[in-house]
Design a protein around this ligand. Structure first.
Ligand code: FES
Length: 147
């Protein structure tokens, strides 16, 4: 095999390996999910420290926590917004009630592709109705989510 051809094959394999590595790294990033506690009738409690974590010993902040509880049929995406307030959104698409997937920036519907902002606003059709945020209240280092 010529040196040139061998070089091309090895470069291609190295590139493919690197791409696979990048793909697996991004796939490894998980969204933090928490089972909330009850704070009374139709109230869930999410501790604020769920938005904090350590990375290589350094304190970091995440902007999204997914909240589950046995009493709710759809998870709730709780975003910490840039202004320091919180948005709690039922992860049910307003188009046809599919479960939404949450990323750090948007909620995406796997059924027909609708997208919603961190505050529930429709960004992409076919959904035409915004997600209605749950009322939240922050006190004593926790978020109360009123269902
Ligand atoms: Fe979500 Fe259709 S159910 S876009």
């Amino acid at each position: 095999m010529s040196d040139r051809r061998e070089f091309i094959i090895k470069s291609g394999l190295a590139c493919a390996g690197g791409m696979l590595g990048l793909l697996s790294l991004s796939a490894c990033k998980t969204i933090h999910t928490v089972t909330a506690s009850e704070g009374g009738k139709n109230v869930l409690i999410l501790p604020l420290n769920e938005f904090s974590y350590l990375s290589k010993g350094e304190p970091k902040q995440r902007n999204l926590v997914i909240v589950n509880h046995a009493t709710i049929p759809f998870s709730i995406a709780v975003y910490k917004l840039e202004d320091g307030t919180y948005s709690a959104l039922k992860m049910m698409c307003t188009h046809n009630a599919c479960d939404l997937n949450a990323t750090e920036t948007v909620l995406v519907c796997p059924c027909h592709g609708s997208e919603f902002s961190q505050t529930g606003k429709v960004l992409s059709a076919p959904a035409s109705v915004n997600l209605a945020p749950y009322r939240t209240e922050v006190s004593d280092n926790r978020i109360k989510i009123y269902l």
